[in-house]
Design a protein around this ligand. Structure first.
Ligand code: NAP
Length: 297
């Protein structure tokens, strides 16, 4: 079997086109969706992530601004800044780029974001609502994975989804999302981690296998059932002398070997990555619709 490639860029483009229409509808009512990014320090990866999020906003006419503060900003100073952004009605979303310098408690700062503006869906109140099955912002990477599955014709309903990884940003919220009793979810979910005994035995039971481990090519062909759908969240740098940069990005799945066995698979890059930013845009538009008394709330 040669797997269908689930094209994250194409699906992200499709969703962004839908969002552009919703942004136009908001503009007709005088509402311009806006998101404020808070960037602390000079971490090159954080600077690059925030820049690409800003560019994605521009593409669909969402207003964004990056508020850049020095590495030595105090925790109280940062919380005060978040408070100002919370209080400003022109910002529908507030995102604090992580990681923060070690003298700042990320949990405290995350909790300072108003849940109604928490478009990155990291506030414990929004994570709790997700678990309860209540309307909330959906965490971006898990929501992106759900859309990849649905829009490529692989509804998780009734399927056994095995997720390798239990982080607060991917594994746990994805499990919470896909186990909900509702259309587009309704899966039987198993979570694996470094404490899982005989991982290959568990992964081979998956109809849908999600790899979110941060370990280059850890999922090998012998760990995948013939005909499974494989979603690769991993984003790992490996040395590559043939590239100018000296490295290239690979996923957590041995793509070449696994794609001979799987029914469908996401590539890296071009799979989950473009979806994560797209779902951030989606949450920002949703926040603006809520503020304008539109949408599903
Ligand atoms: N494309 C995107 O938009 C996007 C978004 C988010 C993350 N990512 C990427 O996805 C990967 C995971 O990110 P994360 O933040 O969720 O990572 P993380 O916080 O490092 O968590 C990794 C998880 O994988 C588990 N794990 C690691 N090695 C394992 C092994 N050999 N067997 C079984 N489980 C193992 C860990 O288990 P323990 O809990 O037992 O340690 C942990 O739960 C990274 O490569 C990251 O860059 C991509």
């Amino acid at each position: 079997m040669t797997a269908q490639i689930i094209d994250g860029r194409a699906i992200a483009d499709e969703i962004r086109a839908e969002l552009r229409e919703r942004v136009s509808a908001l503009k007709e009512r005088g509402v311009i969706p806006g998101i404020a990014f808070v960037l602390v320090g000079e971490n090159p990866a954080s600077i690059s992530y925030v820049r690409s999020k800003g560019q994605a906003c521009e593409q669909i006419d969402v207003r964004s601004e990056t508020i850049h503060r020095p590495e030595d900003i105090s925790q109280d100073g940062l919380i005060a800044l978040v408070g100002e952004l919370n209080a400003d009605p022109t910002w529908h979303g507030v995102l604090v780029q992580l990681p923060l310098p070690s003298h700042i408690d990320e949990g405290v700062v995350t909790r300072a974001i108003a849940p109604a503006k928490d478009v990155d869906a990291v506030h414990p109140q929004n994570m709790g609502r997700l678990l309860w099955g209540e309307p909330t912002f959906l965490p971006c990477t898990p929501a992106g994975i759900q859309q990849l599955l649905l829009r490529s014709g692989h509804d998780p309903g009734g399927k056994h989804v095995v997720i390798c990884g239990r982080s607060n940003i991917v594994g746990k919220p994805l499990a919470a999302l896909l186990m909900q009793k509702r259309p587009g979810a309704n899966a039987t979910v198993t979570i694996c981690h470094t404490g899982t005994a005989n991982l290959p035995e568990v992964t081979r039971t998956a109809d849908i296998l999600v790899a979110a481990m941060g370990k280059a090519r850890a999922i090998t062909a012998d760990m995948v059932r013939e005909g499974a759908v494989v979603i690769d969240v991993g984003n790992n740098r490996v040395p590559d002398a043939s590239r100018k940069s000296g490295y290239r990005m690979v996923g957590d799945v041995d793509f070449e070997a696994v794609s001979e066995k799987a029914a469908a698979i996401t590539p890296v890059p071009g799979g989950v990555g473009p979806m994560t930013v797209t779902m951030l845009l989606s949450n920002t538009v949703q926040a603006a619709e809520r503020a304008a008394g539109l949408g599903e709330g």
